[in-house]
Design a protein around this ligand. Structure first.
Ligand code: ATP
Ligand code: MG
Length: 410
């Protein structure tokens, strides 16, 4: 697909649509700024894959401008998925002259006032180019005056229906009157890489999203009860990972069949410790996989006290089996908060589907809330753990959810 590396330079003859993208956090200050900006641009470029027309991206003074031969609505849709931008503003570019600015704002408000009697407005100007003949305040007054006199619309500086923003640059000026919330957060990949334990529930996809929002690029591992369960949980994990990959450049999904090892633990007499022993096996396997694939931490969807297996004592016993830090972004979240966020990010519709979950396989009547490490180790010693893990990883499948899709559009 042809793509111009930079924006067309010089003055644009007519108002040209584009999108302004603004980062939220202060990460753009200080030494890391260039690295973060670069990462953000790469991720944006990735999110534009298959958009169906040439696009260009340019960043000056922390504001990224996106344009191209693609409808602005589509660009906005794509950009709103990119973690790291907190504001996404459809805009038009005009030459930096008082006349062009005034005429374009007038045109825009003329269109916006249709069917909205009494529409109020305000103009906010910012000069990036200090050579511009008017100060910001003078420009605001001038443009506001033109609109007021020509269209008769009242100015309301405090709570206007339409807030027109004017950003004056040396060659061109950006005009906008609509703002969308972006994802916010830190650019995915700027904080390193993690491996997320992805089940089919609500929690782990939200945990993954939160990890991504703190800059971690995520791969996923899903454990199935195969050969004792069907493939339904794999389909769910795949669909969840594909949904999550809309927010980051292609994370991989590793699928590990745990059923036989789960049975071995049961035969070894795990009893009430079965669930914790399984969870330790998952963490151990995930740590080994993370190390092999270059991830520096594992992430789970645990929330303290949510279920019996997630007491502090049990978490500590599970972590003892980890060889990398275990991150739990949802530790202090309530279930309803998690479900609300799952809906917002688009994973809830998948999580709600039924599946055969490996955790229910061989689960005892009651799960202990205080599993102790030595007790679980007594069970584990009856297996050759290293060999078990080696076997699990040898037979793991690696999938690329979403890689087949042209783009990220809905
Ligand atoms: P979720 O809604 O994410 O399934 P949950 O409330 O069902 O969580 P548990 O089943 O106790 O809680 O799992 C806790 C965490 O352990 C999950 O959030 C996930 O990170 C990990 N986990 C559980 N089962 C699996 C699995 N089959 N594959 C991968 N990770 C899993
Ligand atoms: Mg679960």
């Amino acid at each position: 697909m042809p793509r111009q590396p930079t924006a067309p330079t010089g003055e644009s003859p007519r108002p040209a649509p584009c999108v302004l993208l603004k980062p939220g956090e202060t990460f753009l200050k200080g030494r890391n700024r260039e690295r973060f900006e670069q990462r953000l641009q790469d991720n944006l470029r990735y999110a534009l894959r298959g958009v169906g027309g040439s696009t260009w991206i340019r960043t000056t003074q922390s504001v990224t401008v996106l344009g191209g031969q693609v409808p602005v609505a589509e660009l906005v849709e794509r950009a709103r998925r990119v973690i790291g931008f907190s504001v996404v503003e459809p805009a038009v570019r005009v030459p930096s002259t008082v006349e062009d600015i005034g005429a374009t704002v007038l045109d825009a408000l003329d269109g916006l006032r249709a069917g909205r009697p009494g529409l109020t407005f305000a103009v906010r100007a910012r000069r990036r180019d200090k050579d511009f003949p008017l100060t910001s305040t003078q420009l605001e007054r001038h443009v506001g005056g033109v609109v007021h006199e020509t269209l008769g619309l009242p100015v309301d500086l405090r709570t206007p229906d339409v807030r027109v923003s004017v950003e004056v640059g040396r060659h061109e000026t950006y005009l906008s009157w609509e703002r969308h919330k972006g994802q916010g957060g830190l650019p995915v990949g700027s904080g390193g890489r993690a491996l997320v334990l992805l089940s089919g529930g609500y929690d782990s996809p939200v945990a993954a999203y939160r990890a991504m929002r703190r800059g971690l690029r995520c791969d996923f591992v899903h454990f199935t009860g195969a050969p004792y369960t069907n493939a339904s949980s794999v389909y769910k994990a795949y669909a969840l990972a594909r949904e999550l990959n809309r927010y980051q450049p292609g994370g991989r999904l590793h699928v590990v069949a745990l059923g036989t090892a789960q049975k071995q633990l049961a035969v070894a007499g795990a009893g009430k410790l079965q669930v914790i022993a399984q969870r330790r096996l998952m963490i151990r396997t995930a740590s080994a996989l993370a190390r092999r694939t270059g991830a520096e931490a594992v992430v789970t969807g645990d929330s303290l006290g949510q279920v019996a297996s997630q007491t502090l004592a049990n978490m500590a016993t599970i972590d003892e089996a980890a060889s990398l830090p275990v991150l739990r972004p949802l530790l202090g979240w309530e279930k309803q908060e998690i479900i609300d966020e799952a809906r917002a990010i688009g994973t809830a519709a998948v999580s709600v589907l039924p599946d055969e979950d490996c955790c229910k396989l061989l689960a005892p009547e009651r799960v202990t809330t205080r599993a102790r490490v030595p007790d679980v180790q007594r069970v584990e010693k009856r297996l050759d753990m290293d060999e078990v893990i080696e076997g699990l990883l040898r037979n793991a499948q690696c999938l690329r959810p979403g890689a087949d899709e042209e783009g990220h559009g809905s």
